[in-house]
Design a protein around this ligand. Sequence first.
Ligand SMILES: [Zn+2]
Ligand SMILES: [Zn+2]
Ligand SMILES: [Zn+2]
Ligand SMILES: [Zn+2]
Ligand SMILES: [Zn+2]
Ligand SMILES: [Zn+2]
Length: 232
Amino acid sequence: MDDTCAVCADALEWVAYGPCLHKEVCSTCIIRLRFICNDFHCCICKSESNTIFVTKALGDCTRMISDFKGLGGVNGKEGKVGECWYHEGTKAYFDDFDHYKMIKAMCRLSCNVCNKKDGGSKEFNSVEQLKGHLFHKHRLFMCGLCLEGRKIFTSEQKLYNRAQWTQHVRTGDSVVDGSESERGRFTGHPMCEFCENRFYGDNELYLHMSTEHFTCHICPRQHPEQYEYFNS
Ligand SMILES: [Zn+2]
Ligand SMILES: [Zn+2]
Ligand SMILES: [Zn+2]
Ligand SMILES: [Zn+2]
Ligand SMILES: [Zn+2]
Ligand SMILES: [Zn+2]
C-alpha cells in the first residue's frame, strides 16, 4: 500500500477521521492538530469533528465507523470504552490498544529541565501550561512550528533561549539543534513570500500557499520539483 498522508506526506499507517469520514490524514497529524493547536476541524473539508476514530490504514478496507455517538460521544472517560480506548485530551476513540498507548505517551506534558534535575515527572494539563512553566521558571521556549510539525513526543522537543530560537527558525543551526547530521537536512523553517508566515517544512508551506493564496503561475516556475511532486 502506498497511500500517503495528505498533510505530512508520510506513508499512511494509522488514520483518524470524524463524522465527515475523510480518512486521508494520518493519526499523528490529526492528534497534533487537536492536542497542540486546539484545532478540531477536518483537514480536508474543514468541518468540525467533535470526536474522531483512529484505526489502521488499510486503503479501501479501512474500518469505517459512522455511528460516532454509539462509540461513546464526547463525554467519554479516559481508557477502555466498549471495544475501544478513549483519549480524553483529543476526544479520540482507538480500536488498537498499542496505538492508543503510543499517542497517549506522545501527548504527555512534562518539563525536561525539571525532570533532569530532580527526576520528578510533574505533568501539565495543557501545552500552554507547560509553555508558561518553561518560560517563567527557566526562560526557555519550545519552537511552536516544531511542536506542530515534528513527529516526536512533546517531552522530546528541544528547548531554546530567545536568541537560539530565532536562529533555529531562520537557519536551523543554533547550538541546541546540534551538528549537521543531528539536524538532518533541517535549515530553518521556510517562510511564505506572500504573508511572511513561517511553516514547519516545504510540505506545510506548499499546502498553505495552495489553500490560503490563490494558486498562481509563479509557483510552479519557482519550485518546479514541489509542483510536480504534488501533482503526481
Ligand atoms: Zn500526517
Ligand atoms: Zn472532512
Ligand atoms: Zn521545569
Ligand atoms: Zn522549529
Ligand atoms: Zn502565506
Ligand atoms: Zn504563486
